[in-house]
Design a binder for this molecule. Structure first.
Ligand SMILES: Nc1ncnc2c1ncn2[C@@H]1O[C@H](COP(=O)(O)OS(=O)(=O)O)[C@@H](OP(=O)(O)O)[C@H]1O
Ligand SMILES: Nc1ncnc2c1ncn2[C@@H]1O[C@H](COP(=O)(O)OP(=O)(O)O)[C@@H](O)[C@H]1O
Length: 183
């Protein structure tokens, strides 16, 4: 497995259940298939390891995401293709994340877009149901904001299409930019 001359960070943002982690995992697997090192970081991983001390208030999410940004930066500057999948609902915090990462490596904000209705229908963890019942507070999309990206590098409408289509679009985008070999 080889490192890239220059790694990069793909930052997938979107509602819970939009498909961020699935796209990140499948994209990383495809990158590894061509012999390049790839890493996935997502909310489930970070919140059970380096961010066990944070909840879902605005300040907590910010502290958590800036910490993650530094981890992605360290990996990418060592030649890893990094896929970070976080709800990251606030525009200003995403801009801070970008500033941290872009000091050293390319950063691409990718908006994984689905309607709230579709996210609620998927609800793989049953959290929307609990949030709508008032049992979970500050849940993004229900009683907490999701600020849509205004100028993302890429939008993946991950609804009404197989997830593989979104993965293909993401890898095509990265190959067109020349940061990854053609797939
Ligand atoms: N209140 C609240 N709001 C949003 N999400 C919640 C909340 N409570 C738990 N969860 C689950 O935690 C996952 C989001 O974690 P993240 O670290 O990605 O969130 S954030 O970027 O700090 O906003 C998110 O998982 P994903 O579905 O992977 O996005 C949820 O399953
Ligand atoms: N394009 C798609 N069409 C239908 N279901 C999808 C699609 N992409 C992902 N999913 C499903 O949506 C659910 C949430 O995906 P996940 O990757 O966990 O989202 P997130 O990381 O954004 O919370 C999973 O059950 C996943 O299999």
């Amino acid at each position: 497995m080889r490192c890239l001359e220059r790694g990069f960070v793909v930052w997938l943002t979107g509602l819970p259940a939009s498909g961020k982690s699935t796209i990140a995992q499948l994209a990383a697997a495809r990158v590894r298939e061509v012999g390049v090192r790839a890493e996935v970081l997502d909310g489930d991983w970070a919140r059970s390891t380096i961010s066990t001390d944070v909840g879902f208030s605005r300040d907590d999410r910010r502290r958590h995401l800036l910490r993650v940004a530094w981890v992605t930066r360290l990996l990418a500057r060592n030649g890893v293709a990094v896929f970070a999948a976080f709800v990251s609902p606030y525009r200003d915090v995403r801009a801070e994340v970008r500033r941290i990462v872009e000091e050293e490596v390319p950063f691409f904000e990718v908006y994984v877009k689905v309607s709230l209705g579709e996210a609620v229908r998927r609800d793989p963890k049953g959290l929307y149901r609990r949030a709508l019942a008032g049992e979970v507070k500050n849940f993004t999309g229900v009683d907490d904001p999701y600020e849509e990206p205004e100028s993302p590098d890429l939008v993946l409408v991950n609804e009404g299409v197989p997830v593989e289509v979104s993965v293909g679009r993401l890898l095509g985008f990265l190959a067109d930019l020349g940061v990854l070999p053609k797939f």
